[in-house]
Write a protein that binds this ligand. Structure first.
Ligand SMILES: NC(=O)c1ccc[n+]([C@@H]2O[C@H](COP(=O)([O-])OP(=O)(O)OC[C@H]3O[C@@H](n4cnc5c(N)ncnc54)[C@H](OP(=O)(O)O)[C@@H]3O)[C@@H](O)[C@H]2O)c1
Length: 436
């Protein structure tokens, strides 16, 4: 389909462009400026400004087979209503899709209710005050023969952007991770690439008049996100609560209120009905060892294939950390290659072969993490061959609550990884304690 996309230069719009294009559609980007933007993957570009609905008059030409409206609200309900009119009117009587982007904030605080669905009544917080009206205005287009659809994303993460990037920046500036409002606040979240796939599904097959929650994880504790954002900023410290009044001074009262909003929202309907599969890593993993923490990579070309290998390697190192922190002997052993692995510990003990590693781990790991454990961050990956990688890791000692143990030295583990049968495993490992 030829799809007119507003907000195509933005965070979500960039991912939606990629996934629409990958699914064989052509994106016609509506941009405010006329200057060409090569490299974005657009089929064509038209100029228009949603602050000036009259400027959209010619955007939906007869060859446009779908409209995805991602540009943000203007702040004026009348202007936004006129924008819907301008973009939807040319589709009337065609049955073509018009997909409007709202957000889960229209649901307000969800309180005791868990995993609420699309049938729940709206209760918008101030920052999205009139947005439910715009949703209704969009859905009213069904009566005019438009396949009108509303998507409500949760808090979007991934590709190093979105609101989680604000948490990382703030942690860096304040030298401490922060969350806002009450300790029990939870956010529904969605990976930007998963969300983009939901937009593709909505364009291709969502029924007229339907509303979909674009939510991968229904209620992620914001304290966990803050801790992970701290780690992305290189900080190992317990997150601190910033009272709402203080957050309002930093972000303004409307956005602060949204950050402090507690919600539990389900994206189950889109999975069941549209076959949507949001399977990318969750926001905590993404912050700790994903796109918010660039890694130095050598020996492989830039591109999605290398990114995927690096992501898989980081998952392996995250598995080392998880297995060690939780004293999971079998999972720890699972990271090693079966054939002749070698591991030299930080104390210089060389374990040669799987059996020696297994015997040592079964003896040493259980009970070892009661008072102190460690976090592992991949810093450098060198691909010696496409299936052999040397990985430099920074290991920092932490207490079970994740805070840094100041008087313990760091380690610098070094792994030689081998990819066999599609899976990266440790063939050789050596740890060196950093002497100050
Ligand atoms: N990010 C989230 O977590 C999240 C969650 C739920 C819902 N949403 C909703 O999703 C939509 C997209 O969000 P986003 O995070 O991708 O935002 P974003 O990164 O700020 O991108 C906004 C996009 O809209 C365009 N735009 C802004 N004002 C415009 C105007 N007056 N006329 C035409 N285009 C205009 C921008 O173009 P320029 O290049 O010209 O600036 C940009 O392409 C918004 O409606 C937002 O409320 C976002």
């Amino acid at each position: 389909m030829k799809v007119l996309l507003t907000g195509a230069t933005g965070y979500i719009g960039s991912a939606v462009t990629d996934h629409l294009t990958a699914a064989g559609h052509q994106v016609v980007a509506l941009t405010r400026g006329a200057e060409p933007q090569p490299g974005r993957g657009w089929h064509a570009q038209v100029v228009g400004d949603t602050a000036d609905p009259a400027s959209l008059a010619g955007a939906v030409t007869p060859d446009i087979e779908a409209v995805v409206h991602l540009a943000p609200p203007s702040g004026d309900a009348d202007v936004d209503t006129a924008v819907i009119e301008a973009l939807a009117a040319p589709l009337r009587g065609t049955g073509r899709p018009f997909v409007y982007t709202s957000g889960v904030w229209v649901l307000g605080a969800t309180g005791e209710a868990q995993d609420i669905g699309e049938e729940a009544p709206v209760n918008p917080i101030d920052i999205v005050g009139y947005r439910p009206q715009i949703e209704q205005r969009v859905l009213a287009e069904v009566a005019e023969g438009v396949r009108a659809v509303v998507v409500r994303p949760g808090i979007v993460y991934g590709r190093g952007g979105g609101i989680p990037a604000i948490l990382v920046d703030r942690a860096r500036q304040q030298e401490a991770p922060e969350y806002y409002g009450e300790a029990g606040v939870r956010w529904p979240t969605v990976h930007v690439d998963d969300l983009a796939e939901l937009f593709v599904a909505a364009v291709e097959r969502a029924g007229a008049g339907t509303v979909w929650h674009g939510v991968g994880e229904s209620a992620v504790p914001v304290r966990d996100l803050a801790r992970a954002a701290g780690r992305a900023a290189g900080l190992l410290a317990a997150p601190r609560a910033v009272p709402l009044e203080r957050a309002a001074e930093v972000f303004g009262p409307l956005f602060a209120g949204a950050l402090a909003l507690d919600q539990s929202v389900s994206g189950g309907a889109a999975r069941t009905v549209l076959g949507w599969r949001p399977e990318r890593p969750g926001p905590v993993a993404e912050l700790v060892s994903g796109s918010y923490r660039p890694v130095e990579v050598f020996g492989a070309p830039d591109g999605p294939e290398t990114d995927a290998e690096v992501a898989a390697i980081r998952r392996l190192v995250a598995e080392v950390e998880h297995a060690q922190q939780n004293e999971l002997v079998d999972r720890f052993l699972g990271v090693f290659r079966r054939e002749d692995p070698v591991w030299t510990t930080g104390h210089g003990k060389r374990l040669s072969g799987f059996e020696e590693i297994e015997t040592f781990t079964r003896k040493v790991l259980p009970g070892a993490m009661a008072e102190s454990t460690a976090v592992y961050d991949v810093e450098r990956v060198l691909f010696l061959r496409p299936d052999v990688a040397v990985v430099n890791v920074r290991q920092q000692p932490v207490r079970p609550d994740g805070s840094r143990i100041a008087d313990r030295p760091e380690g610098r583990p070094f792994y030689v990884l081998v990819k066999e049968d599609g899976t990266w495993r440790v063939g050789a490992a050596q740890n060196t304690v950093v002497a100050d």
